[in-house]
Design a protein. Structure first.
Length: 389
C-alpha cells in the first residue's frame, strides 16, 4: 500500500470520528465515551490499546515498524469546554453548554488517522510511533497523569499539532524556542480588622491593602523583568465586604502569572510573595498567598522544529511553512512532556473566522488531511540530531 492510499483509507474514518466527537463533547476528566469510541476504532483495525492511562481516561497505542530505529511520540487531547455552541453545522454539539471550542475533536481525529495510516505502512519505516490520547488538557492535569502512567516511557521525541484559526488550510505554523507561556494562579487572603464605615481609623482595612496590591502588581513586571523578556500578571478577581457601611475583616484577590522562561517564572513568584507581604506589613494586615502551580512554558526544541519544517512542503504533505514571529501567552500542558523529552508543538491552519474558546469555533474537516499527512510523515522519519534546546 502506498502512503497516499493509506491516508485515503484513514481520512474518512477520522472525519466521521471528528463529527461524532463534536456532537458528543465531554468535559475534562469525563471523556469516558470519547475514549471508548477511539479505542473501538483502533482495535477494530488490529491496533492494541492501553486504556485508563494514568488513572484517567487516557489512551495509548504503539505502532511498531521494522526493527531498529527510534520512537516518536504524538500527542492529542480529547476534552471539551463549558461553552454553549453557536453553529448551524450538521454535527453541532448536542450537549447543552459543552462544545469542542478548542478543536480537540480535530486533534484526536487527526491522531486516529495517523495511527490508521501508519498501521497500514508498518513495513515501510523503522522504529515505533507512540500515539497518546490525553484527557483533561483544559484543566492542565492530563499531561502529568499520562506521564505518570508511563505514556512517554521509551519515547525519544514528541510532537503535537494544534488547530489554529488564524492560519489558512495547508499552512503549518512553526516557532523556534518559547512558543507558549507558563500559567500559574495565585489567591491572596488579606485579613485585617473590620469597623463601621464612619470610623475607618478604627479598622485595619483589608480592602485598601488589597487595592494597593492590585496597583503594585500591575507595575511589577515593568520594573523587574527585562523589556525583551515577556511576562504577564493579571489580577482577575477581587472579593470583599457584605454591606456598604461596613469595612470587612477580610478581602481576597486572585489572578495569574504567565512567563516564557523558567527563571523568570520562579523569580516573579518570589517577588510577588515579597511585595504582597511588604504591602500587608505597611497596612498592618495579615497576608496569606496560595499558589496553584500550573504548566511550565512550551519551549520547542530547535532541531525538532527544523525537522518538521523539512517535511511540510514535501510531496507527501503538500503544506507550507509559516514562521511565527512571536509566542503566545496562552498555556498548554504539552509543556510537561517537553520537560522529559525533546519535542515541539506545531500549529495546523484551520482558517476559521472564530477564535479558540469562543462559541463559533470549529476545527473543520479540511485541515485533517494535512495533519494526518504531516504527523504520519514525521512518525516514519528518523530522529534529527538534537541540539541543546
Amino acid at each position: 500500500m502506498t502512503f497516499d492510499e493509506a491516508v485515503a483509507f484513514a481520512l474518512p474514518i477520522a472525519t466521521e470520528l471528528r463529527h461524532e466527537m463534536h456532537r458528543n463533547p465531554e468535559l475534562s476528566g469525563k471523556e469516558e465515551q470519547t475514549a471508548r469510541r477511539i479505542q473501538a476504532i483502533l482495535e477494530a483495525h488490529g491496533i492494541a490499546v492501553v486504556s485508563g492511562l494514568g488513572g484517567m481516561h487516557g489512551l495509548m497505542c504503539t505502532i511498531d515498524g521494522l526493527p531498529g530505529g527510534s520512537c516518536w511520540g504524538i500527542r492529542a487531547d480529547m476534552d471539551a469546554l463549558p461553552i454553549q455552541e453557536v453553529s448551524d453545522a450538521p454535527y453541532v454539539s448536542q450537549v447543552p453548554n459543552v462544545m469542542h471550542a478548542c478543536g480537540h475533536d480535530g486533534h484526536s481525529a487527526t491522531l486516529v488517522g495517523v495511527a490508521l495510516t501508519l498501521n497500514q505502512l508498518r513495513d515501510q519505516f523503522a522504529g515505533r510511533v507512540r500515539c497518546l490520547f490525553q484527557p483533561a488538557e483544559e484543566t492542565v492535569s492530563g499531561a502529568v497523569s499520562v506521564i505518570a502512567g508511563g505514556g512517554i516511557d521509551g519515547v525519544d521525541a514528541i510532537v503535537m499539532s494544534h488547530g489554529w484559526p488564524d492560519l489558512p488550510i495547508g499552512a503549518i505554523g512553526l516557532k523556534h524556542g518559547p512558543a507558549m507561556a507558563s500559567s500559574d494562579t495565585f489567591e491572596v487572603t488579606i485579613t485585617g480588622h473590620g469597623a463601621h464605615a464612619a470610623y475607618p481609623h478604627l479598622a485595619k482595612d483589608p480592602i485598601l491593602a488589597a487595592a494597593s496590591m492590585v496597583v503594585e502588581l500591575q507595575q511589577l513586571v515593568s520594573r523587574n523583568v527585562s523589556p525583551v523578556d515577556s511576562a504577564v500578571i493579571s489580577v482577575t478577581m477581587f472579593n470583599a465586604g457584605t454591606a456598604r457601611n461596613i469595612i470587612p475583616d477580610t478581602a481576597t484577590i486572585a489572578g495569574t502569572l504567565r512567563t516564557l522562561k523558567h527563571d523568570t517564572r520562579s523569580y516573579l513568584m518570589t517577588r510577588i510573595d515579597a511585595v504582597l507581604q511588604a504591602i500587608g506589613s505597611a497596612h498592618g494586615v495579615d497576608v496569606r498567598v496560595h499558589w496553584k502551580i500550573g504548566t511550565p512554558p512550551v519551549v520547542n526544541n530547535n532541531a525538532v522544529i527544523n525537522h518538521i519544517a523539512g517535511h511540510v512542503s514535501s510531496p507527501a504533505v503538500g503544506g507550507t511553512v509559516t514562521w511565527l514571529d512571536e509566542p503566545t501567552m496562552g498555556a498548554e500542558d504539552f509543556a510537561h512532556y517537553l520537560e522529559h523529552v525533546p519535542g515541539a508543538m506545531l500549529r495546523l491552519g484551520t482558517d476559521c473566522p472564530y477564535h479558540l474558546h469562543t462559541p463559533g469555533y470549529d476545527f473543520g474537516d479540511d485541515a485533517l488531511a494535512y495533519g494526518i499527512r504531516l504527523l504520519a510523515t514525521i512518525g516514519m522519519s528518523p530522529l534529527p540530531i538534537f541540539d541543546k534546546v
